[in-house]
Ligand binder design. Sequence first.
Ligand code: AMP
Ligand code: ZN
Length: 484
Amino acid sequence: MQIKIHNTLHNKIEDLKPINENEVLIYSCGPTVYNYAHIGNIRAFLFADLLQKVIKVVGNYKVKWVMNITNIDDKTIRDSQIGSSAWLEEMGEQTDDLKENLSKFTKYYEKKFFEDLKIIGIDSADLFATPRATEYIDEMQKLIKSIYEKGFAYPSDGSIYFNVNEWRKHDTYGKLKKIDFDNFKSNLRIDSDQYDREQVSDFVLWKSKKGNEPYWDFTLDGKNFPGRPGWHIECSAMEEKLLGLPFDIHTGGVDLIFPHHEDEIAQSKAGFGVEPTYYFCHNEFLEVEGEKMSKSKGNFYTIQDLINRGIDPMNIRFALLSAHYASVFNFTFEGINSISKGRYRIQDFIYSLFEENYGEKSIDVEIIREKIFSKLADDLHTPKALAEIFSLINSMSPNELNKSTKESLIELFKELNLIFNVWNIEQKKQVEVEIPDEIIKLADERIAAKAEKDYTKADELRNKIAELGYLIKDSKTGYEIIKK
Ligand code: AMP
Ligand code: ZN
């Protein structure tokens, strides 16, 4: 089926036309590993996961998916410094080697990140590569050199900056965001990794070493610039190395549109001579109780925080998928609870499909499949796809369906679960409970009463058993006792 997706480059929904016939190349801006991922970050990664799953299952393509690990930036350096209060006992001892501290610190959070992905139903085996920024310093330096040699970069105070004004003579700066150049201050330089989203300035490609920071030597024009990469250059270098340019789709949260992705386009075009990607796709933010998440407001949650409050991570996944990725998601505890009921309703329907009770009714499952898949193909519209699923389960009782319809529906839910990944597609497992002797005795008496055709007594015994909390289900081979 043809996949359509919102492309921020043209601000419209477009047909996905991959470069290769059978394979879609995706790069997702990954986590900055200086802390546990919060549920807003998780929304961004779930969006990328949803995209790659829909492309595979609905679009029938193979996918090469790369997600980088930002293990060097202002925050990772700040928090891994000697004496930092963010250093945890589980990370081991700090040493005098600053690179080693940075590596220990970030690997700790990287591991936690992959654990969180697993908990939330993202299989890291789906990722073709998860490059760590510090392992691609050579590629970053080569790219900076190329930008510099073409005249779009200049050194200042030991750092190297991208020259936006010079670049504008050559190509557009502002492909993702309309930029008001009247307020553009030429030669205003910004060297922090994350900066004001409204401010346009020359941005840093290579940052000079400050104080005790970890650093790499970098010779440019015969001069050494000891320092480390800026944040934006990391992605440009890694995507070129691992996917080649241009690749198909670049994902990230809306906060990355400017400056991060705008700067990526400028750097890649200036250094490699090609645009990085044909489609930029961005997820909207997750808010908590209508407010931006922040530690100071006390509304900042990690996956583990929610698990500690008794929330099943599959309900988090289902809730996040029940909203369209491009609308703001308002997280509330009541909201999660009520949305979860929908997941359980679908789960019960699936369990009933496995029951060997059949009726006469037959339905065309292919038509239903087309309807659900067409919603997913249309800019990943999970809420509309779920509405189709609910309309299916509300319109019938599974046990009135014939065997082949039930089997086809099981196949359909198997396929859907390759995307939603929140249901058990199997027979309901009966929890093994010890049935008390008293109940077994009553059940045997009931069978004896039935054999003597004393149905009044048999019914009385069934009611007594029910009052004691058990249900009797007659079967061809005898009976079964189930705890209510
Ligand atoms: P970071 O680790 O800060 O680089 O962010 C990782 C990803 O999470 C990026 O794609 C961000 O755009 C995204 N992100 C950060 N905060 C939120 C949020 N509250 N809601 C949705 N996505 C977010
Ligand atoms: Zn990035």
